[in-house]
Design a protein around this ligand. Structure first.
Ligand SMILES: [Cu+2]
Length: 199
């Protein structure tokens, strides 16, 4: 519960994501970093997350977690996968294994982590590791919220996998003061590719 969202010393952001055609864009990571203020360390242990291998896909396709979060990679398929990341923010590998749950990976550094399966070239999962507790993921309607932001100035960033690792996230600066919800619109200059599948 983010009780701070009802206080007058905190506010919210409600963002709308659209693609080049003006259609709602999902799979967008939204996160806010305070400007000129250190982000307090986590107040309690971070909730672990899960990315499953299921029906020859990683699910979810896009995740956002705070640095320090542990993510488990259970294989729910009846066949083997070979999970691998080459990303500087977190290199890791689970060599081929059968059904089961290997120990989780702790994502301790901010940055983008792209997860592949070396056996199934279409399988991808994108993990944005951020150094802030204020993050969310856009829903199917392209809406994402950040609730309970303490008063202050924030850099609010929106990132989609089709930006790749070269193009920066879209960024807007907002001032949160005295409660209320600030609407923000992020318009991406592409129409998203369909995530690749086995078929
Ligand atoms: Cu695989």
């Amino acid at each position: 519960m983010l009780l701070a969202s009802t206080s007058s010393h905190a506010g919210n952001v409600a963002a709308t994501m659209t693609d080049k055609a003006g259609a709602p864009l999902s799979n967008v990571v939204l996160f806010a970093t305070p400007v000129g203020v250190a982000v307090p360390p986590p107040q309690r242990p971070l909730e672990p997350a899960t990315i499953v291998q299921e029906e020859l896909q990683f699910k979810p396709y896009v995740s956002v977690v705070r640095a320090g979060t542990a993510i488990g990679f259970p294989n729910n398929d009846k066949i083997e996968h070979h999970v691998k990341s080459f990303s500087p923010a977190k290199e890791f590998e689970y060599k081929v294994y059968d059904k089961g749950t290997p120990p989780p990976v702790v994502f301790d550094k901010p940055g983008l982590v792209v997860v592949y399966c070396l056996l199934h070239g279409w399988m991808r999962s994108y993990i944005m590791v951020v150094d802030t507790p204020h993050h969310s993921l856009a829903d199917a309607a392209g809406s994402a919220r950040l609730d309970g932001l303490p008063d202050g100035t924030y850099e609010v960033k929106a990132w989609h996998p089709d930006l790749g690792s070269i193009k920066p996230p879209l960024t807007q600066t907002v001032k949160i003061t005295g409660g209320g919800t600030q609407p923000l619109a992020f318009n991406f200059d592409f129409v998203p590719r369909k995530p690749r599948t086995a078929k």
